[in-house]
Design a binder for this molecule. Structure first.
Ligand code: GUN
Ligand code: ZN
Length: 453
């Protein structure tokens, strides 16, 4: 029995509105990339203490050494038998698609037309946007996700609604208005000029305000004219500290169509490259169908691909070659995302399970260390936020998820045979969901807790 389990009855206290406190639990974090370094990249403290003040980590280590340093002003939350790790990061999701999760349809282009473009038109209404944004953020938090890169609708008011909901919860989001000036219903279209102007206004209003970060978001090359891609690039040149967020090579039919739309470009990556849209802090969801030359170009420019396995399975798009991309001579920056609403769950645990199954179909076996790295430090690195989130080092923002490896009868059965923490983590990722998220902390404040006594 682990020392933490022996503590017996759960001693979780009530939610404090403050941003200081301490957590006693098993601690898991990463010192390295397990795709390169293997399991030794995972750091496990069987009976650990995590201390945070004013929303930032101040100490992390063995409870035996740190407990005596706790001062009376710090509320101690003890999570017997649970695992505390840096909060999950979802690097690609659409809040405006929260209501079309599990809406059946065909492949990508058909689903966009029949489901997505219909639902997104509702976000012209600020009240609708406000209600869905609040429920979306709460659902992320209930699933242990503490940072997300989010696509909004074409309407600026849909962006305001999301940043307002995130600000109220002190949650870090990277978000932006989608740019789309062709190949969609007219109610969803902007123009190259209006998309430039509206995005600039939103950058000035939101980027760097509290924990909010802006992403210039041309939806994908299929719904932007060359003039709009050009405008996005000029804007990024002017505000180079913001993100670029789009989609790339998700579906074979889409790739063939992009060739027709941009006959002068060598390939799909070249479309974005020629318009100056690659680089650090550029995030492209999917990237399933890419040549070696395209991958080289993404690696050279430090562009990030976001693996969204549940969406790829739901739409039947294909299998993302995660291990090949991470282990090639010039590895790609890869992050993990749910891609709600093509993605089928808000849960990063379920997203990891789908990533594992996709890896098996490609002849690999995603390890627990690799999966949880991707959901935490790996994605923080790919988003260039690893100086503040994704780890527990002193000074880091106290975004924390508490996982209960015995949250359900099935998890408990498996946990009774688990030999070590990697075994427990693997069971969690395959069998776990929101029921295994015991608590979530945003910037030191406990924002969600299950089964409080
Ligand atoms: N490609 C362009 N838009 C979208 C979208 O909303 N979802 C997905 N999965 N792919 C896209
Ligand atoms: Zn998407």
């Amino acid at each position: 029995m682990s020392p933490v389990r022996r503590l017996g009855a759960n001693s979780v206290n009530t939610v404090g509105s403050g941003r200081s406190g301490a957590i006693r639990a098993q601690l898991v974090r990463f010192r390295d990339d397990p795709f390169q370094a293997g399991s030794s990249a995972l750091v496990h403290e069987p009976d650990g203490l995590l201390v945070f003040r004013d929303g930032r980590i101040t100490a992390c280590g063995p409870a035996a050494a740190l407990l005596r340093e706790l001062t009376p002003d710090l509320q101690l939350h003890t999570y017997s038998d649970c695992i505390a790790m840096p909060g999950f990061i979802d690097a690609h999701t659409h809040y405006v698609q929260a209501q079309i999760v599990a809406a059946s349809g065909g492949p990508l282009l058909d689903w966009l037309e029949r489901r997505t473009y219909v639902a997104e038109q509702d976000f012209a209404d600020p009240l609708h946007a406000k209600i869905v944004a609040a429920r979306f953020c709460d659902e992320l938090i209930r699933n242990g996700t503490t940072t997300a890169a989010v696509l909004c609708a074409v309407y600026p008011q849909s962006v305001d609604a999301l940043f307002e909901a995130a600000t109220q919860r002190d949650m870090r989001v990277i978000a932006g208005k989608v740019l789309m000036d062709r190949n969609a219903p007219s109610a969803l279209l902007d123009t190259a000029q209006s998309s430039y102007d509206e995005s600039e206004t939103l950058i000035k209003r939101w980027h760097g305000k509290g924990r909010n970060l802006y992403a210039i978001t041309p939806r994908y090359a299929g719904s932007s004219t060359p003039a709009q891609l050009e405008a996005a690039s000029v804007l990024w040149g002017q505000y180079s500290q913001v993100y670029m967020h789009s989609h790339l090579a998700e579906n074979k039919q889409e790739v063939a169509w992009i060739r027709e739309l941009f006959p002068d470009c060598n390939d799909y990556v070249d479309v974005y490259d020629r318009h100056g849209l690659l680089g650090p802090r550029a995030l492209f969801a999917h990237g399933i169908y890419l040549s070696e030359a395209e991958r080289d170009r993404l690696a050279d420019t430090q562009t990030t691909l976001v693996h969204c396995p549940s969406a790829n399975l739901f739409l039947g798009s294909g299998l993302f070659p995660l291990h090949d991309n991470k282990r090639r001579k010039t590895p790609l920056a890869v992050a993990l995302g749910t891609d709600i609403g093509a993605g089928t769950s808000f849960s990063m645990l379920k997203t990891m399970a789908d990533a594992y199954k996709v890896s098996r179909l490609l002849g690999h076996a995603l390890s627990a260390a690799e999966a949880f790295y991707l959901a935490t430090l790996g994605t923080a690195r790919a988003l260039q936020l690893d100086d503040r989130i994704g780890s527990f080092a002193p000074g880091y923002e106290a975004d924390i998820v508490i996982l209960d490896p015995r949250a359900t009868p099935a998890l408990r059965l498996r946990a009774d045979r688990c030999a070590d923490v990697e075994d427990l983590l693997f069971s969690l990722l395959i069998q776990g969901d929101d029921r295994a998220i015991r608590a979530s902390y945003l910037h030191g404040r406990r924002a969600h807790v299950l089964n409080e006594q």
